[in-house]
Ligand binder design. Structure first.
Ligand SMILES: Nc1ncnc2c1ncn2[C@@H]1O[C@H](COP(=O)(O)OP(=O)(O)O)[C@@H](O)[C@H]1O
Ligand code: SF4
Ligand SMILES: [Mg+2]
Length: 344
């Protein structure tokens, strides 16, 4: 084997993103009684470890407030971890972002509020041309052709180019946001609840589009969703978050069919399914990140909690070659068959 092949293989095996014990603490002011206020640290991310391979698709799933958006901001270098490191191809993301436009060009973001992310005074053509010019993707004479090709790529007719966002439907607006995101020829597409709040058929069309684009363009897709069905359709891998921690990771199908963490199981049971009423809503309320319980932070809602769970917070541990869970008592497969056959 030549030095060159070894170097290429090493680069291929290196994760695209790597989060090493990342913590992100926000300072918040807490009211105590009528007059007293106190500053306190709120750990939005607490000891997060995650590797994302090049060209994969990964869903970040969890209840509201579990830290999904903060994790994305750390990945994109938009916020700096309070502790730990966030790496992109082995280099600090914040340094990559500060170094110039290369990193920004490679990262494309699609927001939940797609309409709000588009300037209402710009036509679709102007909106898509903007990143083409900003990143010098093509010469001025090729811009119109490139806009038309991006529109066609996301399934929109060429005449949409002359319209303003207000004249577009919710689904069309999201397609324009995707075309604009793809204009810079990114290698990573990051989406935060990008198909939430749409009717079922529009959502299905957009998911199909995203899946096709990810495969055709070899994109690495990081997709935030609270919908397990969406995660399962779109993403090869899943990371389930709870109160600032990743509690389970692995291939999406394997995790959803045989969850090892009681929280993953609870999410699975609480998810609406065809022919099955939601019979098991998640028990209890998510605790405040300002008042975390002692030991495992899921203990207060966990049907499998044992006395030792209250003593220490479990770390994310590998229990199969491609799976890890942060639980002292990972679920046996018996619990799994229960999931597959509930009330059908
Ligand atoms: N800028 C901020 N200042 C203070 N607290 C924040 C800030 N951003 C997020 N948080 C808190 O961090 C936690 C995680 O938030 P977030 O990452 O938005 O979660 P998710 O996207 O899963 O809903 C929440 O408790 C949220 O209130
Ligand atoms: S460590 Fe204990 S309380 Fe926490 S999820 Fe596992 S079984 Fe439940
Ligand atoms: Mg969020």
């Amino acid at each position: 084997m030549t030095d060159r092949t070894t170097a290429v293989e090493a680069a291929d095996n290196q994760p695209l993103f790597e989060l090493l014990d990342v913590e992100k603490t926000y300072q918040v002011t807490r009211r105590e009684g009528l007059l007293k206020r106190r500053k306190q640290g709120l750990a939005a991310l607490d000891g997060v470890r995650l590797r994302i391979r090049r060209g994969t698709s990964i869903a970040l799933v969890g209840e509201s407030g579990s830290g999904k958006s903060t994790l994305l901001r750390v990945l994109l270098g938009l916020t700096e971890p309070t502790q730990g490191r966030a790496l992109y191809r082995g280099r600090l993301v914040t340094a990559m972002r500060a170094a110039g436009t290369g990193f920004a060009r490679e990262m494309a973001m699609v927001y939940q509020d797609a309409r709000g992310s588009l300037n209402p005074r710009m036509t679709v053509s102007a909106l898509i041309s903007e990143p083409l010019r900003h990143f010098g993707i093509c010469g001025e004479s090729d811009i119109a052709e490139r806009v038309a090709s991006l529109l066609s790529r996301v399934g929109l007719a060429a005449e949409v180019a002359n319209r303003y966002p207000a004249a577009l439907s919710g689904g069309q607006v999201r397609r324009v946001a995707i075309a604009r995101a793809l204009a810079s020829k990114p290698s990573v597409l990051v989406a935060d609840e990008a198909v939430s709040g749409l009717d079922v058929s529009t959502q299905a069309q957009l998911l199909k589009l995203l899946r096709r684009l990810q495969r055709e363009m070899g994109l690495t897709l990081v997709f935030i969703t609270h919908d397990l069905g969406v995660a399962s359709y779109l993403c090869e891998e899943i990371a389930i978050m709870y109160l600032g921690r990743i509690v389970e990771t692995g291939p999406t199908d394997a995790v959803l069919h045989a969850p090892a963490h009681p929280y993953s199981l609870a999410l699975r049971r609480a998810a609406p399914e065809f022919f099955r009423p939601i019979s098991d809503p998640l028990p209890g309320e998510i605790p405040s990140p300002l008042d975390l319980p002692a030991g495992c932070r899921f203990a207060g809602r966990c049907a499998y909690a044992q006395p030792d769970c209250r003593k220490e917070d479990p770390a994310l541990m590998r229990h199969a070659p491609d799976r890890a869970a942060a639980c002292f008592h990972p679920l046996p497969s018996a619990a799994v068959s229960e999931v597959q056959h509930v009330d059908v």
